[in-house]
Design a protein around this ligand. Structure first.
Ligand code: ADP
Ligand code: TRP
Length: 334
């Protein structure tokens, strides 16, 4: 029997331990969606090759992402969990879609321009066509919803463009996927230094990892940038203070948040106290997840079993799409 549930898909690159940005931007949504949708979640190991050509730590990182997905609450009985390179047909679809993607639009992609700045010595063609590979990931499962953070919105728009071009040229095969977040607005979890988002690739010391030990979390939070506090009632918050409140809303109780909001408004806030409270609330949030990640990481046969079964299910599903794709394109010679 065909499954009638709508299809959800998302991926995370295995470039290091995952952090609170990945958790709230991606994982928390995955967990909420697994009951109501037909979900595919994968480790984007091929994408990580565009910026991390050294593969000596790849296996460890792939297992870390799988363990983190499981620790966050993804149930492999409900969602299909797999590794991108175990689905060879993704690379085939990527090749076909490359003929529908134009150099100009790829060069204009915000993430491409950022990565060129970060890795000026390694501006490879894979980096340029990163959004095409991402489109192949999504379209190969005919996914409708893609739970991602705000930074991925442009990639989703490009995926829709490639899907439409394919459909116009070869006939209707692909739906138009959209980025998805439960709060309607896609979230962007700020870094602790007030500059940009938390990110594994950019600012380690201002990023709280789900594997950070309690003391490390405390140190990072206490180092967050503050100032001497507001001097007039109801002043506007500088970005770096706003960010601390945003983080507090994620991990602290609403009583704690409103206590510190009031203190800001009437200029009695003490940032030392605020950071101590935030640090403790973060420790309480992260510690149980960290313990589960390490527990699962130690059980390698379990992780391997999840990846093998996931690859089987994902291949079965993708193979059906690829028959439609090859037929539509006229690549069916016999
Ligand atoms: P990073 O930027 O740390 O390298 P990835 O690019 O692997 O992380 O992102 C994996 C997922 O986590 C994506 O869906 C991305 O949108 C989301 N994500 C990453 N950082 C953040 C953040 N700071 N806030 C919200 N979502 C984020
Ligand atoms: N580009 C995404 C990121 O950096 C990872 C990713 C690869 C992805 N393929 C995907 C996300 C398909 C959603 C759907 O976060």
């Amino acid at each position: 029997m065909e499954n009638k549930k709508e299809i959800v898909l998302s991926g995370i690159r295995p470039t290091g331990s995952l952090h609170l940005g990945n958790y709230f931007g991606a994982l928390a949504n995955y967990v909420k969606m697994q009951d109501d949708y037909d979900c595919y979640f994968f480790v984007a190991d091929l994408h990580s090759l565009t910026t991390h050509p050294d593969t000596s730590t790849l296996k460890e990182h792939v297992k870390n992402v799988i363990a983190t997905m499981l620790a966050a609450g993804i149930d492999p009985q409900k969602a299909t969990l797999y590794n991108q390179s175990h689905l060879y047909t993704t690379s085939e679809l990527y090749l076909y879609l490359n003929m529908l993607a134009y150099k100009g639009e790829l060069e204009k992609t915000v993430t491409f321009k950022e990565k060129v700045r970060q890795h000026p010595d390694n501006v490879n063609a894979g980096l340029l066509t990163y959004p095409v590979l991402q489109a192949a990931d999504i379209l190969i499962h005919l996914a409708k919803y893609v739970p991602v953070g705000k930074d991925q919105e442009q990639h989703l728009e490009m995926t829709r463009n490639f899907a439409n071009r394919f459909n116009h040229r070869y006939g209707e095969v692909f739906p138009e996927p959209v980025a998805f977040n439960f709060n309607h607005n896609l979230v962007k979890i700020p870094s602790l230094d007030g500059e940009g988002k938390m990110s594994k690739s950019v600012n380690e010391n201002a990023t709280i990892y789900l594997t950070d030990e309690d003391e490390v979390i405390r140190k990072k939070v206490m180092k967050a940038k503050t100032d001497s506090g507001p001097t007039a009632p109801d002043s506007a918050m500088p970005d770096y203070i706003e960010n601390l409140y945003a983080l507090m809303r994620l991990v602290s109780t609403s009583d704690t948040v409103s206590h510190f909001e009031k203190a800001y408004k009437n200029c009695t806030v003490r940032y030392g106290d605020l950071k101590k409270q935030l640090a403790e609330d973060m420790v309480a949030f992260v510690a149980p997840i960290r313990r589960r990640i390490y527990e699962i990481m130690e059980d390698e046969p379990y992780i391997n079993k999840i990846m093998t079964e996931g690859a089987e299910k994902a291949n079965e599903h993708a193979n059906k799409t690829m028959v439609l794709v090859r037929n539509a394109m006229g690549l069916n010679y016999f």
